[in-house]
Design a protein around this ligand. Sequence first.
Ligand SMILES: [Mg+2]
Length: 396
Amino acid sequence: MAAHGRAILHVDMDAFYASVEERDDPALRGLPVIVGWTGARGVVAAANYVVRRFGVHSAMPMGRALALCPQAVCIAPRMAHYKAVSRQVFAVFEDYTPLIEGLSLDEAFLDVTASRALHGDEVRIARAIKAAIRARTGLTASVGVAPNKLVAKIASDLDKPDGLTVIPAAELPGRLDALPIRRLPGLGRKKGDAVERAGLRTLGELRRAPDALLWRLFGRDTRRMRDRASGIDDRPVVADREDLSISAEETFDADIADPAQMEAGLLALADRVSATLRARRLAAGCIAIKVRRADFATFTRQQQLEPPTQDSRVIGRASSDLLHRWRAEQPRARVRLLGVGASALAPATQLDLFAAGSVPQPPALDATVDAIRKRFGAAGLTRASGLPAGPRKLTR
Ligand SMILES: [Mg+2]
């Protein structure tokens, strides 16, 4: 696939809950497995591939599933356990991009457009993610690789389980033309029936259908549906919001009144925050400090950073300016806790670093510090500016 244009992955774990149960209990392998609550109102939460051959699928009422496959093994869902496995899977994604849009515990869109400079092209990234998921969880995922979310989602479903399907921009819309219209995400069952009754069985037929026919089926959505059948989709990957800020704080053994000591403590925290930003390939558009006085009154002060940065010198300077301003208001305050937080986070990948007017290249010193920390742990290296002022004992 060409290195320009967007690169979107849709990663979908295969029969996720059922696969977790099979992994944890090898006696289940080869048996038809349904995860879901039995009982009158129970539904199928997940069906493994053996039981799917009987026509069982997720969201089906349990009664109907068991009528289709009476010998199926039914397992009550263990949601907390699946969530823990899901976190392992999403941790793999985070190694490749901060732009992760989770759709459920077992499914996510990843925008890896800017990750290519660091990790190789999107197909390599997809392979690496599949391999890492398998290594860390023992489970398989199917991945669709495409220039947008719609086509990535269609692609991931074409070769399940353990699939990797690549649909490059250059092969659109042709690659979609032969697919049954049911492959189009978001086309409900009823609407699908109506479209088939109108004689449109494939995405190609839908794409080329006359306006009048589509208008009868889709009304004002006609244009959008024709676009979708053509594989056109501009929606961005919207990163999950759990990671809104990165912060570090420290409570001192004894309250401090010495401005130099406060400054040193704050700079060490700013340093930690910027190292985390770099490790996650993020840049901060806003820096905040938190100051808790000896009497527990707590203050925050913040400042925008333009352009967003991960440079520890810039973040340290901003933090230190904020502390100076706060101290001007409260020159005699004794402080028990200091914190530094970064927010308004944006991806700062290599590609962005080289783009004009964007995030500047981190200084070589930061990269060196990060490398040493990676090797020897966070305690291995402290910047001189982060050490307490005055006579020092460098013992740890
Ligand atoms: Mg799935």
